[in-house]
Design a protein around this ligand. Structure first.
Ligand SMILES: [Zn+2]
Length: 192
């Protein structure tokens, strides 16, 4: 997997693309949570579930179906103030599903371990993308991540996740700024 930092950065990029309104802290924390939750499956190693099993690491928890379930659960549980099944409610459900799915997509861009079971439980096939530029993060916590083993990971994540994220945020901000300016000039034109 990319590190927790890589996944979280990707969730920030997606949040910026998704939302043109000012979202609260709840939104951003849940986005980060969704981007990380698939790796909760490492707990199954302690229960002797083999890596290659459908429910092993990078199996069901990294699938598209799991992402959809999490997206809807997060919206149901944490956005009760948003009218149920309203367009905004659906947008949140889709957004949190996409953020959860982004985890598996990024994992498939690394070359470590087994591939990602996107279609579990319908198929146990594991997938990688043909192009895999992201270094796999060392398992063993943040101490290892910030040690010599982690440095190539940080470099590859900065290059392949950090820079595209900064670019996306900059583009979104410029577009928002222009939109606000156009709205302001339109309304001032009307009052003249
Ligand atoms: Zn993962």
């Amino acid at each position: 997997m990319p590190s927790i930092i890589g996944h979280t950065i990707a969730s920030i990029a997606l949040g910026n693309v998704y939302s043109n309104r000012k979202e609260d802290l709840r939104f951003w924390l849940l986005a980060a949570y969704c981007s990380l939750i698939p790796d909760g499956d490492v707990i199954l190693f302690y229960f002797d579930v083999p890596y290659g099993h459908m429910f092993g690491h990078r199996g069901f928890s990294h699938s598209i179906l799991f992402a959809i379930i999490i997206g809807f659960m997060v919206t149901l549980l944490f956005f009760r103030d948003v009218p149920h099944m309203s367009p905004r409610w659906w947008r949140y459900a889709v957004f949190f599903s996409v953020v959860t799915a982004s985890h598996g997509l990024l994992d498939a861009l690394t070359y470590g371990g087994y591939g990602v079971g996107f279609f579990v439980p319908f198929s146990g096939q594991r997938y990688f993308f043909p192009w895999r530029p992201i270094e796999v993060a060392p398992i063993g916590g943040l101490t290892k991540f910030f040690g010599p083993e982690g440095w190539p990971v940080i470099q590859s994540e900065l290059l392949w996740i950090g820079i595209p994220t900064a670019f996306v945020i900059a583009v979104m901000r410029i577009m928002q700024h222009r939109k606000n300016r156009d709205v302001a000039s339109e309304s001032s034109g009307r009052t003249v």
